[in-house]
Design a protein around this ligand. Structure first.
Ligand code: FPP
Ligand code: MG
Length: 275
């Protein structure tokens, strides 16, 4: 996003890591935007450390999870530490609008997790609730990080408001992966399938807990249009995101053009990626 809004390619020095401590104010725009990327990554990893404790996960991306190696207390504190570093770095940007945006991400992450944990029976079957939860748990970080980078670049509020929509709904698809079903989660394909196959409803409500629930759910989803409809929903949001990129004020450099094309490619990639 920093490149997409940049009037020129960044100087070579910005391709090297910035080794100044996070609490030292970086005056250069590109460095400040890179710090937003670092803050986003710190928040993301912190939320996953906490999530693995909540889910009692044994692995994360194929590697033994921290809670598994060090125990829950250390894993929670490690997440807290990353959040603390992110806060220091955010404060050092000395830009109160980005502090508001990135703090909202924290609020969204926690409320998304709580929405998932405490959903009522009605909410478990409700696609709107699912989308709101998914926005909080996944999209808000992307949306508000992109937005913060635009705020630092000084683009007008009209563009910044569009940017929030651009990224806010890119992760709504989710396949009915066995892992989601096993952990009791009903994603978009499941919810669509349940509209055609009412037999799925009690399974969703008991979070696929009984023996054979997961296998039955898979067969019901397969004979429905759930996957297809979820893919259409994702394609709709991906197209809206790509359209937003095309609506940005005219690019001022080839560098910005290339970055915009890359952002559009991401909208295609999220539809076709296999993992
Ligand atoms: C992965 O969910 C989890 C998240 C994307 C966010 C979790 C948020 C919290 C635990 C709230 C605490 C937040 C902070 C900032 C410390 P998942 O279990 O559906 O996906 P997975 O398969 O990757 O585990
Ligand atoms: Mg998890």
């Amino acid at each position: 996003m920093a490149s997409a809004l940049s009037p020129s390619a960044p100087a070579q020095e910005y391709l090297q890591a910035d080794l100044r401590p996070a609490d030292v104010h970086a005056p250069e725009l590109r460095r400040r935007q890179q710090r937003i990327a670092e803050i986003a990554e710190l928040i993301h990893v912190a939320s996953l450390l906490h999530d693995d404790v909540i889910d009692d996960a044994q692995t994360r991306r194929g590697v033994t999870s921290l809670n598994n190696v060090m125990g829950n207390k250390t894993a929670i504190l490690a997440g807290d530490f990353l959040l603390a570093r992110a806060s220091v770095s955010l404060a050092a940007l000395r830009n109160s609008e980005t502090v508001v945006l990135m703090s909202q991400v924290l609020e969204h992450l926690v409320s998304g997790e709580i929405m998932q944990m405490t959903a009522s029976s009605e909410q478990l079957l409700d696609l709107e609730h699912y989308l709101a939860k998914t926005y909080c748990k996944t999209a808000s970080l992307m949306a508000n990080s992109a937005r913060s980078i635009a705020v630092l670049a000084g683009v007008g509020p009209e563009v910044v408001d569009d940017l929030l929509d651009l990224t806010s709904s890119s992760s709504v698809l989710g396949k009915p992966a066995l892992n989601d079903l096993r952990s009791g989660l009903a994603t978009a394909p499941v919810l669509y399938a349940a509209q055609e196959e009412p037999q799925l409803r009690p399974l969703i409500l008991r979070r696929f807990k009984h023996d054979g629930d997961v296998a039955l759910a898979v067969s019901l989803i397969e004979r429905s249009r759930g996957l297809q409809r979820a893919e259409e929903l994702a394609a709709h949001h991906a197209k809206a995101a790509a359209d937003m990129i095309r609506c940005l004020p005219a690019a001022q450099s080839d560098h910005a053009e290339i970055a915009r094309e890359a952002l559009i490619q991401i909208t295609h990639k999220v539809l076709t990626r296999k993992k």
